[in-house]
Design a protein around this ligand. Structure first.
Ligand code: ADP
Ligand code: MG
Length: 237
């Protein structure tokens, strides 16, 4: 315990919550299956970043998480890698409809970056990733969602539109990521986020990432996460 504390102090990492797993030092420590390890290596990721060292074991343990870290710290892989493991663990993977993993981001550019990274890790498993944000035709997205996808990467407004069109259902979703939550609030997406969360079963795993934690984001986190572990890396938070 003492050396974990010293390690975290040295990296200005603050962690709070119950039964928090020890941070990992390598991707091998995560126990990822070989196809995922190959995809990580292919990406050129040699070792996990600080937020990944802390967040990966927490998320892999099934816990909800609030991750506070600045841009460029590697948050995407911190939620995408455990999502692949989570999806492959689902006994009903071949059955049912609608995505199992839902990732919400504030802008189409950010959603697109996440989509590209997610596809690389989903590919070895043949998992289908749908990009659901502005800039593409709703009809094409409708057809793609109807054909089925295990993972949806989306901006809140566009997902709401497609839910209204009954292009998809969230009844099978069990892994929800809210990325850049503070920016989604700044863009006025709070009602859409609440509507999306309201359509996902309460026993889901929920991950919230944000560069800052203003009071209204904190309030949402308290309402929609259960016993989250809080990890903040660096000076913020
Ligand atoms: P954030 O979401 O925190 O802003 P990203 O997930 O977009 O950060 O990652 C920032 C950059 O770092 C990306 O180019 C990504 O490919 C790269 N990256 C992420 N994890 C690692 C790693 N473990 N090793 C090397 N590069 C990484
Ligand atoms: Mg990011």
């Amino acid at each position: 315990e003492q050396d974990v504390t010293e390690y975290r102090n040295a990296l200005k990492i603050r962690v709070s919550g119950f039964d928090v797993p020890r941070p990992v030092k390598t991707f091998d420590d995560c126990g990822f299956p070989p196809p995922l390890m190959s995809a990580i290596t292919k990406q050129g990721y040699e070792k996990p970043t600080n937020i990944q060292c802390q967040a990966l074991p927490i998320v892999l343990s099934g816990s909800d998480i609030i991750g506070i870290a600045k841009t460029g710290s590697g948050k995407t892989a911190a939620f995408v890698l455990p999502m692949i493991v989570h999806i492959m663990d689902q006994p009903e993977l071949g059955k049912g409809e609608g995505p199992i993993g839902v990732i919400c981001a504030p802008t189409r550019e950010l959603a697109h970056q996440i989509y590209l990274e997610t596809r690389k890790f989903a590919k070895p498993y043949g998992l289908r990733v749908s990009a659901v944000y502005g800039g593409m035709s709703k009809l094409d997205q409708f057809k793609e969602l109807k054909a089925g996808a295990e993972i949806v990467v989306t901006t809140p407004g566009r997902l709401i539109d497609l839910l209204k069109m009954k292009a998809l259902t969230l009844k099978r979703a069990t892994y929800l990521v809210l990325d850049e939550a503070d920016r989604m609030f700044d863009l006025g997406f709070e009602p859409q986020i609440r509507s999306i969360v309201g359509q996902i079963r309460p026993d889901r795993q929920t991950l919230l990432f944000s560069a800052t934690m203003p009071r209204k984001v904190e309030k949402l986190a308290r309402e929609i996460l259960s016993d989250p572990v809080r990890v903040s890396v660096g000076e913020v938070g």
